[in-house]
Design a protein around this ligand. Structure first.
Ligand SMILES: [Zn+2]
Ligand SMILES: [Zn+2]
Length: 341
């Protein structure tokens, strides 16, 4: 079968290669056929050469799929089921998975995920025809009828990431004001989730014209940014997707006393300055970390089943066979969703 690979070559960063189809290894495995694969904001950075993941590897990790085959110990699923797939293989039985922290599962290597090669534990990628999913009962969740599997291709990752910055905080402070910053699909999903969850006011600050145009259409206050300022107006809930030291500092400085700030930025390998005095004086709660993908699948499907519409971020739909062009040419903040013909 064909799979999309990174090449490590700047002029031709991704290409199709032939790989053997995966097989069931363990009785808890599933084989799934991707229905829709969304390009994660991280994938766009990988393709643009802005990530530290070396070498050649199969790309793609946000996806929904159809179950093709199951190991004999998998319970609650059947061949033919349409499922959302946790982008982080995790065991579901260790203490951390049991506490809802599936992103730091004890059974798999640190940072376990599909689509980044050895760095993520050498699982495969999803821009292909067939993927082996370990611990399938935990990492797959059946999509109810009435939910379009294409619309929630990003449900296990960027959508869940946008959600986590506003979900708990808005439950603790209903109707609070929300500041969302940065580029890519995560801040746009955060806008859609904050709207759905009843935020009193939503402000989107971004350097990206596409993100701002979507924000305008969604009716939220949009602030175009050239250089991240010292701070914005004070907000109860703040989300940093700037991937920028000055951006993070601005977001922290814009968080109200005892407000909650969540950073979805990834500062690869860097030690960066954090304004601890400002945080200390205001008693800010700061959240970071990877999304707990498998643990959040139920919440995502519940919200989408109750009217949260991920398509409001205006993704670009392309055929899987056009993946190279789509990933290289769409604006960074425009979500790319790939489907088979
Ligand atoms: Zn991702
Ligand atoms: Zn685990």
């Amino acid at each position: 079968m064909r799979a999309l690979f990174t090449t490590g070559i700047k002029s031709n960063p991704i290409d199709w290669r032939d790989v053997p189809a995966p097989l069931i290894h363990a009785s808890t495995d599933a084989l799934v056929k991707p229905i829709a694969v969304a390009a994660c904001d991280l994938d766009r950075s990988i393709v643009n050469g802005h990530s530290p993941f070396p070498g050649e590897f199969m790309l793609g990790h946000e996806f929904t799929a159809e179950i093709i085959d199951l190991g004999e110990e998998v319970v609650g699923l059947s061949p033919g089921d349409t499922v959302i797939v946790s982008f982080q293989p995790s065991c579901g039985i260790c203490t951390r998975c049991g506490q809802g922290y599936s992103s730091v599962c004890r059974t798999v290597p640190n940072g376990s995920m599909y689509g980044i090669g050895k760095t993520g534990g050498d699982w495969s990628g999803a821009i292909t025809d067939l993927v082996r999913v370990p611990w399938a009962s935990f990492n797959l969740l059946k999509i109810p009828k009435g939910i379009d599997p294409v619309s929630i291709a990003s449900g296990s990752d960027n959508l869940a990431d946008g959600l986590r910055g506003v979900d708990g905080p808005l439950q603790r402070r209903p109707g609070a004001s929300v500041l969302i910053t940065g580029s890519g699909s995560i801040p746009l999903y955060a806008v859609v989730c904050a709207r759905h969850l009843g935020a009193e006011s939503i402000t989107l600050a971004s350097k990206d014209p596409f993100a701002l145009a979507v924000g305008e259409r969604l009716g939220v206050q949009c602030l175009p940014v050239d250089v991240w300022p010292k701070h914005f107006r004070s907000h109860d809930i703040t989300i940093d997707c700037t991937n920028d030291v000055q951006g993070l500092a601005a977001v922290i400085a814009s968080t109200a006393p005892y407000g909650e700030c969540t950073s979805s930025s990834i500062f690869f390998g860097e030690s960066i300055p954090v304004p601890m005095f400002n945080m200390n004086m205001k008693g800010i709660h700061f959240h970071t970390g990877r999304v707990n993908s498998a643990s959040q699948l139920t919440r995502i499907l519940d919200l989408v089943g109750n009217g949260l519409d991920p398509e409001l971020i205006q993704p670009a739909h392309h055929l899987m066979s056009d993946a190279i062009d789509a990933l290289l040419s769409e604006p960074f903040s425009r979500k790319v969703i790939l489907t088979h013909a």
